[in-house]
Ligand binder design. Structure first.
Ligand code: ZN
Length: 223
């Protein structure tokens, strides 16, 4: 059967640590599998995307899932409806409300509006989640792409899911809700972590040098 154009492809970054890449929006979602639970990093741009992602996850693991939303932009949070009953972690300022539809209408005018799923668990600065056999860290490094960016660090694999604080293949997206003055220090904060593989919200996984280069470009105002 031919692969539908909307389907993603898995990249395995470490044992039980995966990124799922999509042509649409050049997007990258994440999955961290423990022995008792699997952590889903962002859920996609709509119900259908979330369902594709959930089905692909079910091919890898049937463990119960826990969701983390890196920030409340439509392409990161509108697929959460495909993970019914899952705990949904986000930063305390992350508002999954009607505003995500406004942003999405600029990309997909007239698209149907999936049900909004609000976060159930909140992070202020840092929270550690035990997935069974491995602990992941949810880190708010300060304001940057938004005022509520949340990154996911997997210390045993040295993999960091950075949300849209890092973008490969294009300049970081500086929007009306971004904080370009504070963004470089948020990236410095992330570079304090011992990650060797950094997974952006859009584009291919990168290394520390790439993140430092992107920080310098944002500092210089050249993005
Ligand atoms: Zn974003």
């Amino acid at each position: 059967m031919p692969t539908p154009a909307s389907a993603g492809r898995w990249l395995t970054l470490a044992d039980g640590v995966h990124a799922r890449r999509y042509t649409e929006l050049d997007q990258t979602l994440g999955l961290v599998v423990g022995s008792e639970r699997a952590l889903v990093v962002d859920t996609g741009r709509d119900e259908e995307h979330g369902a594709e992602f959930a089905a692909a996850i079910a091919d890898l693991t049937l463990l119960p899932t826990v969701v983390v939303i890196t920030h409340a932009h439509f392409d990161h949070c509108l697929g959460t409806v495909a993970f019914p009953g899952a705990d949904v972690w986000a930063h305390e300022r992350c508002q999954v409300d009607e505003h995500v539809f406004v942003e999405r209408a600029e990309y997909y005018p007239g698209a149907p509006e999936p049900p909004l799923v609000a976060p159930t668990h909140r992070v202020r600065d840092m929270v550690e989640l035990d997935l069974g056999g491995r602990t992941v860290r949810l880190v708010h490094p300060g304001r940057g792409h938004t005022d509520h960016d949340l990154a996911v660090y997997v210390p045993d694999a040295k993999v960091l899911f950075a949300g849209d604080l890092v973008e490969q293949g294009a300049d970081p997206s500086i929007g009306p809700d971004s904080f370009p003055q504070q963004w470089p220090s948020a990236l410095d904060e992330l570079l304090q972590l011992d990650a060797t593989i950094i997974v952006p919200g859009h584009g291919e996984p990168v290394d520390r040098a790439f993140v430092a280069w992107q920080r310098d470009r944002i500092s210089a105002g050249s993005t």
